[in-house]
Each structure stands twice: as structure tokens, then as C-alpha cells.
Design a protein around this ligand. Structure first.
Ligand code: NOJ
Length: 716
């Protein structure tokens, strides 16, 4: 009888189809159907599990059981936690084979400017004004990270940052809206490609949404006082560009935005990100940011914090466990509609399907080491590092002549391997080429190259002084109230000059520095940022003239900390030219967009395809640039806009496009830009972009003080 019943039950299973693979496992089924099918099978607890991203710790004895229960949606792998690929796959096997529904875990890591091969810090990458190269660096970073089992990077950071006291200015593309948008989108494309589920690709989580870079006084985590206009004109557009480029995830920031913390902000997370922009990936809170809503003072306890964050649109919680520990009860007690939990879970599952995690959960390379530091990775790192460096002064000492009798290399960074900045991925300082190694390998055979440790007495034809700030003076919460060179380095430069050396100063920095005390003593001044693995080779390439420097500042360098914040695109006041102090003017030491090379470029006048047009009509701006010097070099042509009279005040000048071109000596190139309605538009009172009639000044050129302008008149 028993056997008979069992047989009947088994037949029943077969007939109703429940024994066959569930729909969500079918890779050919439409994504939305897979999501719905899976969601319909989940308990509330399993749903909340998907919204949790605990910290991976190798000594966590509870993790296996927690994954088995379906309570880990993702893991944040922190620096130093050394999650090896085999262990990642072991944990994934638990999720896929032992948890009830077999939902794979998403492994996230801060791959900020490289994984094992380190590229320049992001501020340096932006200084290259070469988005194609930035994209290539992200593609390499993704391939290395993915070979080691990483699925998601917490990058790019596209926080517009205008106060160099803020340590995290190093992690983004600087002060300009367009640069952050263009480089952010390039990095997203580099990480994800056209299809992030493909081998060697990883998902991108854009951060920190939003306004985090406006931290008051440059003090990290401080509140920001940002009008909706400021958000929409300045802080949001780079995120929009990354969302349009397909970023699968967005990280909600730590800061308070004029009274509503970014991680509980329905305006930015729900109305703008989801509804206006149609973002359907998931929002991840920054580290503990949900718990911190209590400290912000908008939640009396953790349960309220979780309800507020989830309701506003934070789908997944990083590190703290409030969603998992409190939201079941909040749903039961009707303080949180179950539909909002489903909305968040859908977003997370969509991304897991999009990344191909269900169909290819084990993705570490069988021999990951073979994928790291490849010759191509090193080549790209060297080129990007060289293109990121900005020459701010040169009295002719550079490029160094092959006939020099002697070069002294000195300063702390001459032999330092602290060249990776604050985020180092899985970088190993031993892979780095020091400046000393780079210079030694390229100096001509007749030149005596010596390392002068700290004795300051040597006289030589040229002293190359390598100075800077180390990776702990910038980065998260490493804010500085004094942004001059630290540790007596200014004095070293002065002394070398006074001893009669020609002094070439190479600066390794994570932010704009006040270099006013250095400039008078430097015959040449090269900003190298923290350049990554190929640092020394890239510096040597430039010093010896194998390449011409081509970087331009993505951020203004002030004359004094007292001028901060200082950026090129502020709004015109009613009394232009009065932006000064009693003791000093309001101009930077080196402006945004500035950078020298070893050749000269001449520009033609700017030509507009029409000088009068109707609003909405396309206009082209054209300028011809000629390399009039003796060396092949790259030049970035910058295009700026000034709207002379609009319904709302606008920046005195804003970058609307740029193009980097390479020219041989004597070669000319005509660069043509479309001046689009989108670039000309002002946001009206309801924040809709409108193109208004009136006069617009369009300017182009290679250096901010020498732009060529034309007036474009728009008439109805
Ligand atoms: C906190 C930082 O603000 C964020 O940028 C980073 O991605 C997370 N920690 C994870 O490490």
C-alpha cells in the first residue's frame, strides 16, 4: 500500500511538472520571468537574505551556515581579508548546492584603479583626458579581478569634488561635471563591456550617490547643503552618464543632503534614479550607512533606520544587518509593505541574472596568476601613467639632455614603493617600478646617475627630487587642513636649488597641493599623482623625452588653503573680478585644464557652422590645431560654454566637450565638435532642460588662458 501511494505521488509530481527544473534556472527564459518565478518561491527571510551584504572574514565560523540558510545576498570583501579564488568558489558552492533555492552569492571588492596591476589613482586617470585609455585600464582590472572570483567592483566614484582638503578627491575625476561623467562612463564600459555576464567582465557599482564630494570644509562624512538645482546641475549628471552606460549598481552615500541623508533619500533614490532615469539595477548602501541613519538623527532605532532606507530605495545593506534582523517584524506589523521588499529583491536578482551568476556561478580562472600583470596590462599601465602626469613648469631643463654629465635622484619617492595611493586592490608594492629604477634604466651611458639618500650636499647637472604625500595622507577620511608638501620636503627642494642644481621636482600626490613655496625653486615641476605599478618607467619616459607630457589638470591647484573651495566653473557674480582676499587674489596657482608638453601647438580661430541658429538646431564648432614644435605629442582640445543671459545664473565657463589628438611635428588637425541642444540647455524652474534664445560664448583651445571664442546667437 505504501509503495503504491509513493508511486502515485511520484506520478503526480511528474504530471504537474514540479519535478522539472524551475523556470528561473532556464537560461533561455526572459530575465523578468526568471526573476518573478524565483521571487514567487522565496520566503520573506530568504528575500531579506538577498538584501544583505555582510563583510567577508576568513575567521567567520558562522558564514557557511548563514549562506546555507540563504541569508547572504552578497559579500563585501575588504582589503587584507585575502579571499582566495578557491575559497570564493567553495562558498559559492554552498550557496548554489546547499541553500534551498541555490541563489548564487555576489562577491564585491574595491577594484578602484586596478586589481593586481595598478593604474594611476582615478584623479590621475582623469588628468590623462584620455577616456579610451581609462576604459582599457578598467577592462584589464575587470579581467584580473574576475579571474580571481570578483563579480562586482565598487567603482567608479563620480563625486564632483571641489575641495582638495577632502582626502577622497583622489578617487574621482576632480572638480568638473563633464570629466566625471565621461570618465565614469568609460570605466563602467571597461568593467562591464557590452554584456557584463561575459568572461572577464564584472559589474560596476557607481558611488557615492550623491553629493558626497561636497562635504563641508573637506571633512569626510560631513553634511552637505545642496539645493535641488545644485544636485541636478553638478552632482547628478555624472551618475546619469554611468547609469546610461549600463552600470548595474549604485552605492548610496554617507552624507546628509540638506536634512535628508543620502541613504534614506526618496528624492534622489526613488524619484530621480528609479523613476526619472529608469534605473533598474540595485542600490547598495555604503558601509553601515543604514545603521548610521540613527547617528544622523532620523531614526530612533535600527528598525526605523532599516524601514526608512528600504522605503527610500536602498535595496541592499552593506555590512550592518538591520534588514535581516528587523524587517521581518516590520512587515508583520505593517510598518513596511511587503511589496517594497519585493521591489528591492527584484532589483538584486535582476543584477545577478544580468551578470550571469546563475548560469556561471564559478568564474575564477583555473590559473588566476596567469591572468595578472600581463605584458599588455603593464604596457597600458605605463602609457596611462605617463599620460596622467601633468607638467606645470619647465624652464627648458626637460626633457633631460642625453649629454648630461650627472643626475642626482633624491627625495623620499626616489626609491619608494608607495606609488599606489590609498586603494591598492590586490596590488603588491614589489611589482612596482620605482623612480630610481626607471631613471637608471633610461639614462644615457655617459651620464653619471646617483642616488642621494638624504645628504644634501651633492652638486650635479640636474637634481630630480621626488616628493609627495603618502597613501595615508589622502583617501577615505584622510583630510588635510594644510595642503602643502609635508615632512620638510619644501626645504629639501630649496636647498638643492641654492646649492646650484637645476631642480626637477616630481610630485606624488593624491590631491591638488599648494605648491607656491616650490614653484620658485623648481626649474621643472611634474605632477605624477600616485601612478601605479609602472610609475618609474612612466616618469623616466617623460623626463628623458621618450614621450611628451600630455596630462592637463582635472582640478585647480590653489595658491593657498585659504582660497578653498576653488574651482573654475563657479557662477558669475554681480561684481565679476571681485573674488579676492585682502592679501591675495582668487585665482589658482595652476588652473583647471592646464598642462605643458615638450612641443608647441598653435590654434586657428574658432569657426562655427552658424553664428545664428534656432534653439534646438545643431551647430558645429571647429578649430585647427598645429604642432609647431619639434616633437610628436598629444594635445587636448577643450571646448567651453558661457551662457550670457539665461533664466537662471550659470557657470562663468563650463567644459562641454574635449578631444585628445596626437600630432607629428608640422602636422595639423581640424577638430570638430557638435554643439548640442543638451549642452546649451539650462534647467528651468521645474528642472527640465530648455534651450533658451540668447547669446552663448563658445570657446576652444588647449590652455584655459588662451581660448578662442565666438558668439552663437540663438533666435526664435
Ligand atoms: C566605504 C567607502 O566609502 C566605499 O567607497 C567603499 O566602496 C566601501 N567602504 C567598501 O569598502
Amino acid at each position: 500500500m505504501k509503495t503504491f501511494l509513493l508511486t502515485v505521488a511520484a506520478c503526480g509530481l511528474l504530471l504537474t511538472g514540479t519535478a522539472k527544473e524551475p523556470l528561473y534556472r532556464d537560461p533561455t527564459a526572459p530575465l523578468a520571468e526568471r526573476v518573478d518565478d524565483l521571487l514567487s518561491r522565496m520566503t520573506l527571510r530568504e528575500k531579506l537574505g538577498q538584501l544583505s551584504q555582510p563583510l567577508y572574514r576568513s575567521d567567520d565560523t558562522t558564514l557557511d551556515a548563514r549562506i546555507t540558510r540563504g541569508e547572504v545576498g552578497s559579500l563585501v570583501v575588504a582589503h587584507g581579508s585575502a579571499l582566495v579564488p578557491a575559497e570564493r568558489d567553495r562558498l559559492q558552492r554552498i550557496a548554489v548546492e546547499r541553500s534551498r533555492l541555490g541563489i548564487p552569492v555576489l562577491f564585491g571588492f574595491d577594484v578602484i584603479h586596478g586589481y593586481r596591476t595598478l593604474f594611476p589613482i582615478p584623479l590621475g586617470i582623469a588628468a590623462s583626458w584620455n577616456p579610451e585609455l581609462a576604459e582599457a585600464s578598467a577592462r584589464i582590472a575587470a579581467s584580473e579581478a574576475s579571474a580571481c572570483g570578483i563579480d562586482l567592483t565598487f567603482s567608479p566614484m563620480v563625486d564632483v569634488a571641489r575641495d582638495p582638503r577632502w582626502g577622497r578627491i583622489s578617487e574621482g575625476s576632480g572638480e568638473d561635471v563633464l570629466l566625471n561623467a565621461v570618465f565614469g562612463a568609460a570605466l563602467v564600459r571597461g568593467y562591464q563591456g557590452d554584456d557584463p555576464s561575459k568572461q572577464g567582465r564584472i559589474g560596476a557599482c557607481v558611488k557615492h550617490f550623491v553629493g558626497y564630494g561636497a562635504a563641508l570644509g573637506g571633512r569626510d562624512y560631513q553634511f552637505t547643503e545642496l539645493s535641488e538645482r545644485a544636485l541636478r546641475e553638478t552632482y547628478l549628471p555624472p551618475f546619469k552618464a554611468c547609469v546610461d552606460a549600463g552600470a548595474v549598481s549604485v552605492m548610496s552615500a554617507f552624507n546628509d543632503i540638506s536634512g535628508t541623508p543620502a541613504s534614506a533619500n526618496a528624492l534622489t533614490l526613488d524619484r530621480i534614479l528609479r523613476k526619472e532615469w529608469g534605473f533598474d539595477g540595485f542600490v547598495l548602501s555604503d558601509w553601515n550607512a543604514v545603521t548610521e541613519l540613527q547617528e544622523h538623527g532620523i531614526a530612533a532605532d535600527g528598525a526605523e533606520a532599516a524601514v526608512k532606507a528600504l522605503t527610500a530605495g536602498v535595496d541592499m545593506e552593506m555590512t550592518s544587518d538591520l534588514y535581516l534582523t528587523t524587517l521581518e517584524q516590520s512587515v508583520r506589523e505593517k510598518r513596511l509593505p511587503a511589496a517594497l521588499v519585493d521591489r528591492a529583491v527584484r532589483a538584486v536578482l535582476r543584477v545577478k541574472f544580468r551578470l550571469g551568476l546563475f548560469d556561471r556561478p564559478f568564474r575564477s580562472h583555473p590559473e588566476p596568476d596567469r591572468m595578472l600583470l600581463t605584458p599588455e596590462a603593464r604596457r597600458t599601465a605605463r602609457q596611462l601613467a605617463a599620460e596622467s602626469m601633468v607638467l606645470l613648469k619647465n624652464d627648458g631643463v626637460l626633457p633631460l639632455s642625453p649629454d648630461l654629465r650627472s643626475i642626482t635622484v633624491t627625495g623620499e619617492w626616489a626609491v619608494s614603493r608607495d606609488l599606489y595611493g590609498w586603494w591598492v586592490g590586490m596590488g603588491d608594492g614589489r611589482d612596482a617600478v620605482t623612480v630610481w629604477d626607471g631613471i637608471r634604466s633610461q639614462a644615457g651611458g655617459r651620464t653619471d646617475v646617483r642616488l642621494m639618500s638624504q645628504s644634501r650636499s651633492r652638486r650635479s647637472d640636474v637634481a630630480v627630487v621626488c616628493v609627495g604625500e603618502n597613501g595615508y595622507l589622502f583617501g577615505e577620511n584622510n583630510n588635510r587642513s594644510d595642503i602643502r608638501l609635508p615632512y620638510g620636503q619644501e626645504q629639501l627642494i630649496r636647498e638643492l636649488k641654492e646649492q646650484g642644481n637645476k631642480v626637477v621636482v616630481v610630485v606624488f600626490n593624491g590631491r591638488p597641493l599648494d605648491l607656491s613655496a616650490v614653484v620658485p625653486y623648481a626649474d621643472a615641476l611634474l605632477i605624477a599623482w600616485h601612478p601605479g605599478t609602472e610609475a618609474g618607467n612612466a616618469v623616466a619616459d617623460l623626463l628623458f623625452g621618450k614621450r611628451s607630457p600630455s596630462g592637463k589638470l582635472p582640478v585647480s591647484f590653489p595658491k593657498s588653503v585659504g582660497q578653498l573651495p576653488l574651482f573654475y566653473s563657479d557662477r558669475t557674480s554681480g561684481r565679476p573680478g571681485n573674488d579676492r582676499y585682502v592679501s591675495m587674489d582668487g585665482q589658482p596657482l595652476f588652473p583647471f585644464g592646464y598642462g605643458l608638453g615638450y612641443t608647441t601647438f598653435e590654434y586657428s580661430e574658432l569657426r562655427l557652422s552658424k553664428s545664428v541658429a534656432a534653439p534646438g538646431e545643431q551647430v558645429a564648432a571647429e578649430i585647427t590645431v598645429t604642432n609647431t614644435g619639434g616633437m610628436k605629442a598629444k594635445e587636448t582640445v577643450q571646448l567651453y560654454l558661457h551662457d550670457k543671459a539665461a533664466s537662471f545664473t550659470r557657470p562663468a565657463r563650463m567644459l562641454i566637450d574635449f578631444r585628445k589628438v596626437e600630432l607629428a611635428p608640422g602636422e595639423s588637425r581640424t577638430v570638430s565638435f557638435d554643439v548640442t541642444p543638451r549642452q546649451l540647455a539650462v534647467l528651468d524652474a521645474a528642472f527640465r532642460p530648455v534651450v533658451e534664445a540668447g547669446e552663448f560664448e563658445i570657446s576652444a583651445g588647449g590652455t584655459p588662458s588662451e581660448l578662442h571664442s565666438r558668439i552663437l546667437t540663438l533666435k526664435r
